[in-house]
Design a protein around this ligand. Structure first.
Ligand code: KG4
Ligand code: ZN
Length: 335
């Protein structure tokens, strides 16, 4: 049996469409939205309007790039949530219309599950994790340690009690005058700085949960005090500030992942989500993997931030299990 799925992702500020056949990605297109850069974060109303403009051309292009005819598509998978309501509505409505017009099934996908399932995309020469699989999901909206029992059953072992790790990067970046999203710029500058230059606070949080709001406040007050003494403090110390901040976030994340692995005894380990693009985090988990004998899975950079390929692979496993969605489906903003 051959299964071809058109996948749509529109939960936040990226409009993405992918075509996936039998677990292999045939195309994966992402249209970003520069419009949010100067606002310091995603503006929901602007995001949904941009999705409306982008969704048809992006899906059309993904089908063309895959080299298929739309009649070959067996199902449409889409992100139902969590995410921004207006953004989700655009993707959901498009998916419904597309499925209705071709009389093919609809498959709803959970955005967080999709991020984790990115490791199960089938590609030549690449291995996929065994179960149970433990994944650190770190994005702009979520920070979770997820235990996958099989392709579709997941248990959340730990979660942030306030800000997400990506938010910590973005908010601290804003304090340094950077545009949204600041994570990639901090990552780049960190490579030129000294990670021991400054010490920022690490929270004490029970179990496998996380907290990042204290670090953000600590960073803000630290900069405010130093600027009083030297107005050019940020400009003079940017690489060191970035390296020290990144080191703090990475240490918090890695510490909890190691704890989760020890507590569960699981050594099939992965990272996923936008922050998994961070070079400091990638290096830190590689070091831990070597030390602890983990079978480690780090996503390709193009599969770290929001993309429809991950929605497609989640949709594929749901298709195999016959898990379809009715036309009366509505988006869900929270988990
Ligand atoms: O998964 P994602 O695209 O969207 C959400 O579902 O939230 O993640 C976006 C987040 C942003 O906070 C961005 O700053 C962060 O991922 N990010 C990074 C890097 N690349 C993206 N954070 C740190 N280092 C990076 N290289
Ligand atoms: Zn995401």
């Amino acid at each position: 049996m051959s299964v071809t799925i058109l996948a749509i992702e529109s939960s936040c500020d990226d409009t993405s469409a992918a075509v996936i056949r039998n677990g292999h990605i045939l195309s994966n297109l992402i249209a970003g939205q520069n419009i949010h850069k100067s606002y310091g974060g995603v503006v929901p109303e602007l995001a949904s309007r941009a999705h409306q403009i982008n969704i048809v051309p992006v899906a059309d292009q993904a089908i063309r790039l895959a080299g298929i005819n739309k009649c070959e598509i067996d199902a449409v998978a889409f992100t139902r949530g969590p995410g921004l309501l207006g953004s989700l509505l655009v993707g959901t409505s498009f998916a419904k219309g597309f499925a209705l017009s071709l009389n093919i099934p609809l498959i709803e996908v959970n955005h967080l599950q999709a991020h984790v399932l990115v490791h199960f995309i089938i590609s030549k020469g690449k291995s996929i994790p065994g179960f149970p699989f433990l994944c650190l999901l770190v994005s702009g909206g979520h920070t979770r340690i997820i235990l996958m029992k099989n392709h579709l059953e997941m248990e959340v072992l730990g979660s942030t009690i306030d800000d997400a790790a990506g938010e910590a990067f973005d908010k601290c970046g804003k304090v340094m005058g950077m545009q949204y999203p600041a994570g990639p710029e901090i990552d780049k500058l960190a490579s030129e700085g000294d990670k021991e230059a400054f010490v920022f606070s690490k929270p004490v949080v029970r179990g496998l949960d996380f907290s990042f709001s204290g670090l953000k406040t600590n960073f803000l007050y630290f900069i405010r005090d130093r600027i009083k003494e030297d107005p050019d403090f940020i400009e003079k110390n940017k690489p060191d500030l970035c390296a020290s901040l990144q080191q703090t976030i990475v240490t918090i994340l890695t510490g909890k992942l190691v704890k989760a692995s020890k507590e569960t005894g699981i050594r099939e380990i992965g990272i996923a989500g936008g922050v998994s693009a961070n070079s400091g985090l990638r290096n830190a988990v590689m070091t831990e993997a070597e030390k602890r004998g983990w079978h480690l899975f780090i996503p390709e950079l193009s599969y770290t931030t929001d993309n429809a390929a991950m929605v497609g692979i989640a949709g594929y496993y749901k298709y195999l299990r016959g898990e379809f969605t009715g036309q009366d489906v509505v988006p869900i903003t929270r988990t």
